[in-house]
Each structure stands twice: as structure tokens, then as C-alpha cells.
Design a protein. Structure first.
Length: 241
């Protein structure tokens, strides 16, 4: 049975862009949402812009400006209502509806993604897994059978998948992406270590773990250097005559 395909993610899951919210703000909204959901789980009902900004690591002025794009200005002396802000950000990001996700590539990373429990609580459901390795095809991962890559187009149609996750080796990623796009997928999350070429109406987000580690290494090196400089400048650290 074929699952009816909703309107594409390009038109429906990007209300933030339709409302003219800057891309940089959109990129920060999931960070705010994660922090707010954690606060809600601990029973926090209101929070000031300063406290929320400190929690997520941005300036309070930037946070207030970001939230003003949502029409949320808080209440002087009270701050923001946590539950309502969670709802506002979820609505703007398109998370008040369910999005169906298809993962191509069921190696170690694909296994981890399929088993990640955080997707469902944020509006994403993994509906299908595909792989080119005959030794993997037929396995059950997170309660889903791994299907052969030759079934990609049929699986997209039958599941109504809207988001494609590319977790393949680099040499296979572009061909897989091309097939996803041809099958009607307009949003792709790419874990392969290369830049995918797609039509202008297709959104690709690249997750580069090595780049993130390099950024962490930069900050760790800077922190270590600063700590060393502070230690060397303490009184009594001079060379004895």
C-alpha cells in the first residue's frame, strides 16, 4: 500500500524561512529548543533571557533578537514561559507534525541513527532502511528490515518518506542522492565526507564529524594556551637569580 506523500518539506517544513526569519536564527532555534525542553522536564516554568542565553552559550541580546522573529518578547520581570516558547519554536521549525525519514547506508553510523530514540520525540520517524551490501540486506535494525538499494524508488513511494539520510561511503553518496532526488525527496541529511550536488529546490544539510572535532580541538588548544599563560604570569613564577 502506498502512503500518500504530504507536501514537500521544501514548502511545509520551512515556515521559518517563509516568515523571513534569518538563516542564522533558524540554525540557533534547535539549540534553544533542546535547552528549553530540558528545562521543562525539570519543572522550570519561566526563564529570563539572560539565564537562557547563558544555558545555550549565546549573548542575551542575540537571543532576544532571535526570539523576536517568532513574535516572542517575554514579560518584563518574568521572562519567557518555557512551555509556550517550546511550542512556538516547534511550530516555526515544522515539528508539530510527523516527518518520515529514510536512511540509506546501514553500517555502524546507520545502525546508530536507526536506533537513536531522540528522533521520535522530536517529530521524526525512521520508516525505512536501505543498503547495498547483500550481507546486511534482510537484517532487522531497530525493528525495521534492511532492504536492498535497488528498492529505493519503490520504498520512497510506499512509505511517503520526506527526508533522506545518506550514511553511505563517499564513493556511493552522490549516486544515492541523485536517486533520492529523482524519487521525490527534497531534503537530504548528508553524513558522507563530500559535498553533494543537488538542484536548487533541494535542501542538503551536511554533518561533518571530523570538522566538528577540529573545531573542538581549536577551542581546547586555545583554552590550554590561555591556562598556561595565566599560570606562567602568576607571582613567584619568575626565574630565580
Amino acid at each position: 500500500m502506498t502512503t500518500p506523500r504530504p507536501q514537500s518539506l521544501d514548502r511545509r517544513a520551512r515556515p521559518a524561512l517563509r516568515q523571513g526569519i534569518p538563516e542564522a536564527t533558524v540554525a540557533r532555534l534547535p539549540v534553544y529548543l533542546r535547552a528549553l525542553m530540558s528545562l521543562a522536564e525539570t519543572g522550570v516554568s519561566t526563564i529570563s533571557s539572560e539565564a537562557l542565553a547563558a544555558t545555550v552559550g549565546v549573548g542575551s541580546a542575540k537571543l532576544r533578537k532571535d526570539l523576536s522573529h517568532l513574535g516572542s518578547y517575554g514579560t518584563r520581570g518574568v521572562g519567557y514561559e518555557v512551555d509556550y516558547l517550546v511550542y512556538q519554536i516547534s511550530r516555526v521549525l515544522g515539528l508539530t507534525q510527523d516527518w518520515r525519514v529514510l536512511i540509506v547506508g546501514v553500517g555502524n553510523l546507520g545502525h546508530a541513527l536507526a536506533n537513536y530514540g531522540g528522533f521520535a520525540s522530536r517529530g521524526f520517524t525512521v520508516v525505512a532502511l536501505l543498503d547495498a551490501d547483500p550481507d546486511v540486506v534482510g537484517e532487522s535494525v531497530a525493528g525495521l528490515p534492511v532492504r536492498g538499494i535497488e528498492m529505493l524508488e519503490a520504498v520512497v513511494e510506499s512509505t511517503g518518506a520526506q527526508i533522506g539520510v545518506v550514511a553511505t561511503p563517499a564513493h556511493a553518496a552522490q549516486a544515492v542522492c541523485d536517486r533520492l532526488v529523482a524519487a521525490g525527496i527534497t531534503s537530504v541529511l548528508n553524513f558522507a565526507p563530500l559535498v553533494l550536488n543537488v538542484p536548487d529546490d533541494v535542501m542538503v544539510r551536511k554533518v561533518d564529524l571530523s570538522t566538528e572535532l577540529q573545531i573542538l580541538a581549536f577551542h581546547e588548544q586555545r583554552r590550554t594556551t590561555a591556562d598556561l599563560a595565566a599560570h606562567e604570569s602568576r607571582p613567584g613564577r619568575g626565574v630565580a637569580g
